[in-house]
Design a protein around this ligand. Sequence first.
Ligand SMILES: N[C@@H](CCC(=O)N[C@@H](CS)C(=O)NCC(=O)O)C(=O)O
Length: 210
Amino acid sequence: MKLYYDPCTVNCRKVLAGLDLMGVPYETAKVDYFAGEHKGADYTAINPNQSLPALVDGDFVLWESNAILQYAADKAGKDAFYPKAAAIRADINRWHLWEANQWFPSCYVYLVENVVKPILKAEPDQAVLDAQAAKFHQLAGILEDRLGKSAWLSGPDVTIADVAVAAPMHLHRHQQLPLDAYPNLRRWLAQVEALPSWKKTDVAPILGLQ
Ligand SMILES: N[C@@H](CCC(=O)N[C@@H](CS)C(=O)NCC(=O)O)C(=O)O
C-alpha cells in the first residue's frame, strides 16, 4: 500500500496516526500541499478531487481518509481497532461520517482563521469565527455527552473513530478551539495526545508552531 500524503494536512495526519496506531505497514509518496502538487496532473489521475490523502494498493485506488483507515484495518486484520461486531462497527462508521460531514468543517473554520491565516501573514476574521461558534458548541456538546459515557468514542478501547474525530482538532491550542466547557472532551483529547502514534505525527513543528 502506498499513501500519497503531505504530513502537514489534517486528513493526512489522521491516516498517518491511524496506520501507525494499528501497526499497518505502508509506503509513502509525498505530495507537497503548499506547492499545490495535489492539483497537478499526476496526482489528479489518482485522486480527481485534488485533495489529500489517497491510497494505492496494487490496482486499487482509494481516497477519503476515513475509508482508507477502514480499508487498512480490514486488509491488515486489525480488528481491535475496527471491530467486526455489527453495532460497534456501525458506531465507528457513524463517527467517521459525522466527522467528515459535521466536525471537520466546523473545526476547519478555526484552523483557517487562527492557524493558516497567521502563517500566511493575514488577519483572522472574528466575524467568521463568531458565526461558527454556535455550530461548534452544538457539535462539541455531542462529543462531550458521548465521552461522559465511555473512555473512548466507541467504548472502552481506542479505535479508528478516535483518530478520525481527533484529527480536525489536532492543533486545538493554535486553532483556539473553545473547549473550556467540555471536560470529558478534554480528558479524551489528552488520551489521544498521549498515544505514541499521535506524538510521532505532530504537525506543529512542521508548521513552525510552538
Ligand atoms: N473528506 C476528505 C477531505 C480531504 C481534504 O479536504 N483534504 C485537504 C487536506 S486536509 C485537501 O487536500 N484540500 C485540498 C485543497 O485545499 O486544495 C478526506 O477525508 O480525505
